[in-house]
Design a protein around this ligand. Sequence first.
Ligand code: ADP
Ligand code: DP6
Ligand code: CO
Length: 351
Amino acid sequence: MTVYTASATAPVNIATLKYWGKRDKTLNLPTNSSISVTLDQQDLRTLTSAATSADFKKDNLWLNGKEEGIKGERTIACLKDLKKLRKELEDSDSSLPKFSEWGVHIVSENNFPTAAGLASSAAGFAALVSAIAKLYKLPQSMSEISKIARKGSGSACRSLFGGYVAWEMGDAADGSDSKAVEVAPVDHWPSMKAAILVVSDDKKDTPSTTGMQSTVATSDLFQYRIKDVVPKRFEEMKQAIQERNFEVFGDLTMKDSNSFHAVCLDTVPPIFYLNDTSKKIIKLIHKLNEQEGKIIAAYTFDAGPNAVVYYEEQNENKVLGLIHKYFHQVPGWEKVANTKSNFVDSDIEFD
Ligand code: ADP
Ligand code: DP6
Ligand code: CO
């Protein structure tokens, strides 16, 4: 029996302008455009291998060593789209093996906590779709492939690109223009760094999907956010990235994180993702920026208590020095190229 295989890795991306809200749940179409920074491949990433063979009768998925099967509608939707594109290739070249008719076996591993607010669904679905697109030798562009990853998890479409990425919400009802595009490659802003502060690796109580559905249905503040706040911020943030203006980038990043957590609080019943440690980190960064007289560090929090702090390399000692002073580092978690550090909840005191 011949088994064909391909592997791909995808890093997580951390949004600086948050996606929160769907206008179409099945197609995963968002209520606003978003922007993110994709982290280094060596840091938080998913590694996925896909295999197909005429002897594989059904699709199957193993996640972090456990057989999960293909249960989720969203995984089914991704596989359906990928097989459809493969079928088009096979129809145009009859010498190609009929992968579109065979089962596909997917083995995926995250090297960081799953479902803890560190964007595992982003890296996970980006790696899944990339590995199968590679196996199927699909000729489509990354933006085209990003539309398939988007159906797995909205944030996943942005992890198909490195560097600075926008997810343009689009307005077509079929989602044909809701895709990821590159704003700037990673080497456009080589001094940019991200420190991941793992406050808790527990699975979150409210998954992103249900949390945002609840916000759309109940929050008044959310309407203000999507109409009056985000569209302007989207343009301003792209410009700040293009101009490598850290002060504007940092200011908008922190404001957008707080705006997102404010709409979570305005949801009925309210959703709390930040904990006391998260709030201490927020205060610490504002205090640092105040002392410096300018913004040299910017925090952002996804759907969980863990912080990501963006800063420029020349300020690394100041930023990480201060963070180290107030947090205990957990032994056992490696620190990779100064872009990833791990900390636990601890008492922090500062004036
Ligand atoms: P997170 O903040 O980690 O993105 P979400 O609630 O958005 O949390 O999504 C978590 C879900 O994403 C998991 O329960 C799982 O269904 C899916 N997921 C995570 N990693 C992978 C992976 N490597 N392959 C496929 N699906 C994954
Ligand atoms: C707060 O992409 O995980 O991280 O599309 O339902 O899978 P689904 O949600 P998901 O939501 C991410 C929310 C966020 C912000 C962001 O990444 O833009
Ligand atoms: Co997610």
